[in-house]
Design a protein around this ligand. Structure first.
Ligand code: AMP
Length: 446
């Protein structure tokens, strides 16, 4: 199938060709025809599947077809994070560059004046995060009375970030007769109920479900002492070598610590997390995209939806608190047909999380033992003060020689963490038990 097989305006097709897209991704193949016809849609899809174009292209096509010369805020795209909002906005601008339609993005953390100036001039497509949208609606800068297409993007992340009440308030201001598209990587019951209330006879599309990470991603685990993770990271970046990596830490302080450490090793790195200003986050992201820095260190919330094509490597410096987050994280690599490597560092306490991840993805991950920092090899320098402890594990546990996992792993005790070590966002406080166990592969048995 080719893009020209869709009923899309030639101006849109030429913009898509300029982006270098040769053929539509599965979600685009399934979503573009019904969305062009005005149908509602429930899309179970992760970022990285090409879902932005799956909704942006048919929305632009419909708006262009009926455009009467006035800019009436016909389409609203609601998305949980600023980074994602910016990316969606940039995609709309690129796909619609040959059209007379205007697109605008609004999010918090920056001055509202440039945003309100654009809104006053009139826009056709508005990409927004919930807080700033409600704020500007309250101030009378935005009316959704004429909005015909509404996209709720990353609905599960909206839920995790506590945005669902805001979403409900926004939906209440939309016309009852409208087209609604809802995208979510996972479908927790609250989102399924929301979808049931919001959507009318939707087309349902399910691509690469959360339990099936992209096949192209090479996944590898390193069992390592917590205290040796920074050494191992620097070692791998230098020796593999890793041209560029997105590194995930559990906490904001952790992200800063890793960044400082890499910089000391002569590896250029910057951090993005919730304590950084919007401009500093954008600058770091831009530096990374332009290859001015080698490593971007991020917390899950800050990194959500970051769109960097050809990201060669994702590192789980800390295992995620939720096994599903593992899939979101590694989805940053191996995008749109590119291959990628996902590396995970797992310390003694994180072994239970590794097991949960393996259950969710229904696969045992390869463990790489060939490195200078195997689990149990860390010996504290008697001349140095003990490093800050992040969990409740005893020192003797750190020195214990690692046995292969096949011989049985104990469930690690959930440790009470000091405030600075708490994960960013409250999603991480929820732990769900996966239902299934992966089948052991022959090489892992006995
Ligand atoms: P998304 O899931 O929308 O974040 O898209 C992930 C990445 O794939 C983005 O960098 C898009 O520019 C890119 N992309 C989207 N559709 C296609 C396509 N049909 N062919 C190649 N790349 C695409």
């Amino acid at each position: 199938m080719e893009f020209k097989d869709f009923d899309l305006a030639p101006e849109i097709l030429s913009a898509v060709a300029e982006m270098g897209y040769e053929e539509p991704t599965p979600i685009q193949q399934q979503a573009i025809p019904p969305v062009s016809q005005g149908r509602d849609l429930l899309g179970c899809a992760q970022t990285g599947t090409g879902k932005t174009a799956a909704f942006a292209l048919p929305i632009l096509h419909r708006l262009n077809r009926q455009w009467d010369g006035t800019h009436r805020l016909n389409a609203l795209i609601l998305t949980p994070t600023r980074e994602l909002a910016l990316q969606i906005y940039e995609n709309f601008c690129a796909y619609g560059k040959n059209l007379p339609l205007r697109c605008c993005v609004i999010f918090g953390g920056v001055s509202q004046n440039p945003q309100t100036d654009q809104l006053k001039a009139g826009v056709d497509v508005l990409v927004a995060t919930p807080g700033r949208l409600l704020d500007l609606m309250g101030q009378g800068f935005i009316s959704l009375k004429q909005t015909e297409s509404f996209v709720l993007d990353e609905a599960d992340r909206m839920l995790d970030m506590g945005f669902i009440p805001d979403v409900r308030r926004i939906v209440a201001k939309l016309p009852a007769r409208r087209q609604t598209l809802l995208f979510s990587a996972t479908m927790p019951s609250e989102i399924a109920r929301l979808a049931q209330r919001m959507l009318r006879d939707p087309v349902e599309i399910n691509v690469s479900p959360v339990s099936r990470p992209v096949e192209l991603i090479q996944q590898r685990v390193y069992l390592v002492d917590k205290e040796n993770k920074a050494n191992l990271l620097a070692h791998l970046i230098k020796t593999l070598p890793i041209p560029q990596a997105l590194v995930f830490t559990r906490t904001k302080h952790g992200a800063d610590r890793v960044t400082r450490r890499l910089n000391r090793e002569g590896i250029s790195a910057q951090a993005i997390h919730g304590d950084k200003s919007q401009s500093s986050r954008q600058r770091a992201l831009q530096n990374f995209k332009e290859w001015k820095i080698q490593v971007l260190v991020a917390t899950d919330i800050a990194a959500r939806g970051i769109d960097i094509v050809e990201m060669p490597c994702v590192v789980n410096y800390d295992m995620p608190s939720e096994p599903e987050t593992y899939v979101h994280r590694i989805g940053r690599t191996g995008r749109a047909g590119q291959s990628g490597v996902a590396i995970s560092f797992c310390d003694e306490e994180e072994k239970s999380i590794l097991r949960d991840v393996e259950m969710v993805i229904d696969k045992l991950l390869d463990i790489d033992y060939d490195n200078p920092y195997p689990l149990g090899s860390y010996t504290p320098d008697p001349n140095q003060p003990a490093p800050a402890r992040q969990g409740g594990r005893g020192r003797s546990g750190a020195r214990r020689q690692e046995k292969p996992r096949e011989q049985g792993r104990e469930r690690a005790k959930a440790a009470q963490s000091p405030a600075e070590n708490r994960p960013e966002g409250h999603m991480a406080r929820r732990r769900r038990r996966p239902r299934r166990r992966p089948k052991a592969s022959p090489e892992r048995q006995g």
